[in-house]
Design a protein around this ligand. Sequence first.
Ligand code: NAD
Ligand code: ZN
Ligand code: ZN
Length: 391
Amino acid sequence: MKANCWISPNTVEVTEVPDPSILNSRDAIVRITSTAICGSDLHLLDGYVPTMQKGDIMGHEFMGEVVEVGPGVDRDKLRVGDRVVVPFPIGCGACAACLADLWSCCENTNPNAGLAEKMFGHPTAGIYGYSHLTGGFAGGQAEYARVVLADVNPLKIESDLTDEQVLFLSDILPTGFMGADMCDIHDGDVVAVWGAGPVGQFAMDSARVLGAAHVIAIDDVPYRLEMAASQGYTTIDYSDTDVRSRLLELTGGRGPDKCIDAVGMEATHGAAHVQLYDRAKQAVRAETDRPHALRQAITSCRSGGIVSVIGVYGGFIDKFPAGAWMNRSITLRTGQCHVQRYMRPLLERIERGEIDPTRIITHRLPLSEAPHGYDVFKHKQDHCEKVVLTP
Ligand code: NAD
Ligand code: ZN
Ligand code: ZN
């Protein structure tokens, strides 16, 4: 089959690879009908995740049709012919974390748990297409994928919603929603969102659905800010405006009630950074003078407010404003998304027309053009917001 593979920093390539097969009795094989490129894939592309290996299949946002199931898959849960969206974190459904609805912290699904433990202090869940740190599971930017624990994780789509309406249930819609959910939004809250990429846009939509009276989008990419403005959100271009001052001005001097960081590592590196790559010593980067989203969120948030972090971070960030955080009673919440917690309720919101996930799709490309998709998404060319690939 054809698959989009990581070759080296800044290079992905669509190549011929062996078809996946059932390895464990609870596996299923899914023929992929739609898959997408995520901001998290850019961290891999950039070479910030040192546990990628040449030939690894990319992609953790995918859906399709079940074409084979292992003998141990509970037939009441999944059968050949079912149409499914696959959540990016792999849960076992039975450990303490999964039972607490903390699916991305599953204790059982990362075969390289020791590696994750070294990085993060404790193991984290297996993730498709996200390097050997999260288990080395082949990703979904391919014609077929092996889905593990297939009777626990995939969401069956039984209505006639299109792929484009449900594909983002695999990751970025639940992620944006979790960003807003962690904010405990009260009617009338002002919510500021750093990053108007796909995750940020869904965090904004979710904040509004959950009762925010005023949503403010912060970015420096004009067409992404325009996309947010078209939904009725106030925008701040951080390249020509002092973000904290503007936020205080918009909130009677108190700051936003809730702040969401939908930027992550990019904030520390920036588009113009000088990046060296050394497999053994991990990625080494030169800090730029770009403002750091998380620092800004903590120092701008009103006292007693909540800062919710859904942007992905890897190792350490410098100059964490612990003083502002502690002295002003700010709550910090974060996590890789617990996708399985949100998939079904969000599917219902899509069915009721409360959220339209298709609004962010700007590029529809065949899988064979995945490298071009990465290029336009990363460099924000051609007004790219979200790329959907079809094998
Ligand atoms: P993206 O790269 O398209 O969007 C990031 C946006 O942030 C860009 O528009 C960029 O211009 C903007 N930005 C950069 N620096 C900024 C700054 N200092 N202030 C304000 N905006 C700034 O990516 P995306 O797909 O929207 O993903 C966003 C983040 O969410 C990434 O870090 C991604 O890894 C992460 N993510 C997390 C989860 C999770 O489970 N927590 C899931 C999916 C994605
Ligand atoms: Zn993702
Ligand atoms: Zn588990």
